[in-house]
Design a protein around this ligand. Structure first.
Ligand code: ATP
Ligand code: MG
Length: 140
């Protein structure tokens, strides 16, 4: 699905979004994980898709907190027909970039994990920050 179509679809479906704003502090990641789990479950994700979604949110929110410490990070979750979209906005500079993580590296693992666990993944700049998004499957 090309990005433009994803965005067009998102624009309509975002009316159904649930949203959570957290402060960019490391201890807030668990709130984001609980929020994701509850909503992925409500929206008909399988147990393994819920686990994938929790891991994805954990990585994306951790990255957002590093990019925008102390600032407001906004999470939104909404359903498409076959997927649930999770978006994480932060007001920091830059975009995710995949690093060449060697087997002994202790960082640079987040984005590869997200790519592995997500059905689709992307990022784009917005005025005042960026949104990193990922989709997991949904049973309807
Ligand atoms: N929300 C973001 N805003 C700005 N830059 C980001 C964001 N997310 C990721 N990046 C950039 O992409 C790089 C790769 O992210 P990734 O999550 O793979 O690794 P990491 O966060 O450095 O380490 P790890 O996730 O293994 O702790 C980051 O080091 C950072 O430079
Ligand atoms: Mg990371």
């Amino acid at each position: 699905m090309p990005g433009a179509i994803v965005m067009g679809q998102m624009n309509i479906e975002m009316d159904n979004a649930v949203r959570l704003t957290i402060k960019g502090r490391p201890e807030m990641a668990r709130n984001a994980r609980a929020f994701a789990r509850a909503n992925l479950s409500r929206l008909g994700c399988s147990p393994s898709a819920i686990d994938d979604g929790e891991l994805i949110i954990s990585e994306l929110v951790t990255n957002a907190i590093k990019a925008a410490p102390g600032q407001e990070i906004k999470i939104s979750i909404f359903p498409l027909r076959k997927y649930v979209v999770m978006c994480v906005y932060d007001p920091g500079d830059g975009l995710p970039r995949q690093r060449q993580a060697g087997s002994h590296d202790e960082s640079g693992r987040g984005i590869p994990i997200v790519k592995q666990c997500a059905r689709r993944y992307g990022a784009f700049e917005v005025v005042g920050g960026k949104i990193v998004w990922a989709m997991v499957g949904r049973q309807t």
